[in-house]
Design a protein around this ligand. Structure first.
Ligand code: GLN
Ligand code: ZN
Length: 751
């Protein structure tokens, strides 16, 4: 059986691309230097795959920043404002990716969005009325030839035209239908160039096919691909899909003249069924995505081989479920993690071995093979992963645990009385600037260069200063500042049983930013009090209310590598119980306002609307309630979400039953407020009054204007005044100025 990889990590094992790019941005490395660094990474990546014996290896999966942006540049979909800077091609590309501020001008970057249901972000192409779609780039051709030069025959991987158009923003009067045939022509040209250079198979990535599609979408897809397939000039075309199944278009897709079709059997719950019901044409090859490109656990060969046996298609290639971009490079870089753990993980490099191993025994009498037996040993149970206590607690959860009493309206009254806050109370989202000294303190402590006492003492000094500052500014509900955390998930993971951490398991989040998600290894429980000391100390510094600050279970799960041996729901409940212990502990220690951040709740909504509730919200929202349902009526629960793009799930957000929710609103057009009103939103709200993603200081008038708009839609008694997210990436100076103006604005409208 042959094997295929959709895409490989591209940041370099030691994040070489990040460091080279950053040097280039600072002018410490020239363009030739950056190009050379990139070439080296590509070569290493290709050879790793070749040496592992992978049959179909992708080229053009590399990117300096993002593949969608690469595709835009390939077809000249470059807004004039970037071209007008008159920079080199690579610099123009980076200007679109990161914005440009310098002697040639001042432009913001293209918008960035999450790539389907992953934590990777792409740049949103802009198509305006002046856009002339033309094949002007050569990247796929260059990278195909470069690979061949080092002896690796590849399939050039392209983001397909359907997905590209679906992801693009149309900023002028043109719509998809006005440009799709021109884009198709240009793809045809590209296919013919690749064919002339010797490419035998070209991969068209079309993940947009796994979303809900209507008749218009299906017609568009056919209109795009019919001409491409009629003009393929002897090249074979692989239609590659991932992140789900293609139930809305499968029956149509198999009628088209694709030579191969790649389907995801892991996230695509209906993939196997679709093949059974509709069949799979004998003249096509099926690329079966069975090795997980998103998670880091070893593949269970029994399941995979059984799935392969059951497919019932004669020509099958074994592949990854999606690009390996979403997993780290290699376990070989993990020197601290013991074999007991490591043997259960497979990062990109180890997945290559899995592909080859499975392919080598598929179709044989594998049950007695060493490969199979060794693999199965891994699934006999894992060291330390079970905690009977935790399991019993989850099993004992009853419906009542999901309900906070008394009901919201009654609590609201009690809290207003006890807290005695003014109208339009002012607060922040939690973190204060993480200045150099704050980071240094943490790093030195982690490296053992600082004692625990010194570390704590420094943080307490910071907290005391932060409280004093907030008092001076005149904020109503204070925070401790979060100086102890570098990351809102990692920090909690480190304080929970059941988590495992890596040293170099970086995954690209966007451009030069990589994240190192912790791994949920086993049953999760709280090791001990996590934030109580800090919050208690902060409270001792002031007579004003201090808000405790936690990360919620859904966000903790969504930003970790989840387990595969128990359900996501079960894992979320375990985390919820652990965080609940912390909530009750804070409350017992006199903290009567507690914020439970769910920054990532919105982003894991399933790709298909029909799955939103049954596959996600139906357990994610109750899990949040479980965290706070046992607090006293007078304890006020806040939550925070980063994006306000929850217009279509407002009832679900209200059902979190928090007392106050703060969210980002300053960059959106406040449309969300209309929906809040229309849905009779009960929870008190703090729509961010200014954008913390920029160092700009908002004026008092500006904030008053924003608040006035909000007051038109939100009852005065429910409106809070706050920035739209944490202040950790900001500097001290602009923070003080901005918050001072925020307080002044609140006072003005109170008057
Ligand atoms: N409490 C966190 C902070 O203020 C929230 C961060 C977030 O929403 N991403 O930094
Ligand atoms: Zn936020």
């Amino acid at each position: 059986m042959k094997t295929s990889v959709i895409g490989y990590p591209r940041i370099g094992k030691d994040r070489e691309l990040k460091f080279a790019s950053e040097k280039f941005f600072k002018g410490e490395l020239d363009e030739a230097g950056l190009l050379a660094a990139a070439k080296k990474i590509r070569e290493e990546d290709l050879l790793a795959q070749k040496n592992a014996g992978i049959s179909y290896i992708s080229s053009n999966d590399f990117s300096f920043y993002d593949n969608v942006l690469d595709t835009a540049f390939l077809f000249n979909v470059i807004p004039q404002r970037y071209k007008a800077l008159g920079l080199s091609e690579l610099e123009t590309y980076f200007a679109a990716a990161r914005g440009y501020q310098g002697d040639k001008g001042n432009v913001k970057a293209l918008a960035m969005k999450k790539w389907f249901n992953t934590n990777y972000h792409y740049l949103v192409p802009e198509i305006d009325d002046d856009t002339v779609i033309t094949l002007t780039g050569t990247k796929p051709v260059d990278e195909y030839l470069e690979a061949r030069q080092i002896g690796v025959e590849t399939k050039p991987a392209l983001i397909g035209p359907f997905t590209f158009l679906k992801l693009a923003r149309f900023t002028g009067s043109k719509k998809i239908a006005d440009v799709s045939s021109k884009l198709t022509e240009e793809y045809i040209k590209l296919v013919s160039v690749l064919a002339s250079k010797g490419a035998e198979l070209i991969e068209f990535d079309e993940p947009s096919l796994v979303k809900d599609l209507d008749a218009e979408d299906i017609a568009l897809f056919k209109n795009i691909y019919s001409p491409i397939l009629e003009n393929k000039k002897g090249v074979k075309i692989l239609l590659q899909t991932y992140f789900g199944d293609i139930r809305d278009i499968y029956a149509e897709v198999i009628k088209l003249d694709f030579d191969a079709i790649g389907l995801d059997f892991l996230e695509g719950r209906k993939t196997a069924e679709l093949i059974k019901t509709n069949g799979f044409p004998k003249d096509k090859t099926l690329f079966a995505g069975l090795v997980n490109g998103k998670n880091i656990w070893r593949n269970d060969y029994r399941k995979t081989l059984a799935a392969l046996d059951e497919i019932g298609v004669s020509d099958v290639v074994l592949g990854t479920s999606c690009s390996l971009l979403h997993v780290p490079y290699t376990l070989a870089s993990e020197t601290k993690l013991s074999e007991d753990y490591k043997k259960h993980f497979a990062f990109a490099e180890e997945k290559l071995t899995e592909l080859s191993e499975i392919a080598s025994i598929s179709g044989t009498d594998y049950a007695n093979s060493e490969i199979f037996k060794n693999n199965q040993k891994l699934f006999e149970g894992r060291k330390d992963s079970e905690d009977k206590d935790v399991q019993a607690k989850v099993a004992a959860i009853t419906d009542a645990d999901y309900v906070r009493l008394p009901a919201f309206a009654e609590r609201e009254k009690i809290q207003k009385e006890i807290l005695g806050l003014p109208l339009f109370p002012t607060t922040t989202i939690g973190s204060f600037p993480q200045t150099q000294d704050v980071r240094k303190n943490r790093q030195e402590f982690k490296k053992g260069l600082k004692s625990k006492e010194e570390y704590v003492e420094f943080n307490k000094k910071k907290i005391a200063e932060c409280i004093k500052l907030q008092e001076e500014i005149g904020l109503d509900v204070l925070v401790h500042g979060e100086f102890e955390r570098n990351d809102m998930v990692e920090y909690f993971g480190e304080n929970l049983n059941g988590y495992v951490f890596t040293e170099k398991a970086w995954v690209q989040s966007y451009g030069t930013r990589n994240v190192k998600p912790p791994i949920i290894w086993g049953d999760v429980s709280r090791k001990g009090a996590i934030t109580v000391e800090w919050s208690k100390f902060a409270k001792s510094c002031t007579n004003k209310p201090v808000k405790g600050m936690l990360t919620g279970p859904v966000t903790i799960l969504n930003w970790s590598f989840p387990r595969e041996d128990i359900s996501i729901k079960e894992s979320i409940l375990q985390i919820a119980l652990a965080i609940r212990d912390e909530v009750l502990d804070l409350e017992a220690n006199g903290i009567n306002i507690i914020q439970i951040d769910e920054a990532a709740l919105r982003e894991k909504l399933p790709l298909r609307k029909s799955d939103w509730y049954s596959e996600y919200l139906d357990f994610a929202i109750p899990a949040f309630r479980l965290v706070h349902s046992k607090v006293k009526p007078e304890t006020q629960i806040h939550t925070h979400m980063c994006y306000s793009e929850f217009t279509d799930i407002i009832p679900a957000i209200d059902a979190m039953d928090a007392d106050v929710i703060t969210f980002e609103a300053s960059r959106s057009d406040l449309l969300i407020l209309d929906s809040l009103k229309a849905n009779n939103f009960k929870t008190e709200v703090g729509p961010g009054v200014y954008d913390i993603h920029s160092p700009r200081v908002p004026s008092v008038e500006e904030i008053v204007t924003a608040l006035t708009k909000m007051r038109a839609k939100i009852e005065d008694s429910k409106l809070w005044v706050n920035p739209d997210c944490g202040l950790k990436t900001r500097g001290n100076e602009e923070t003080v100025k901005s918050l001072t103006n925020l307080v002044a604005a609140a006072k003005q409208i109170r008057g």
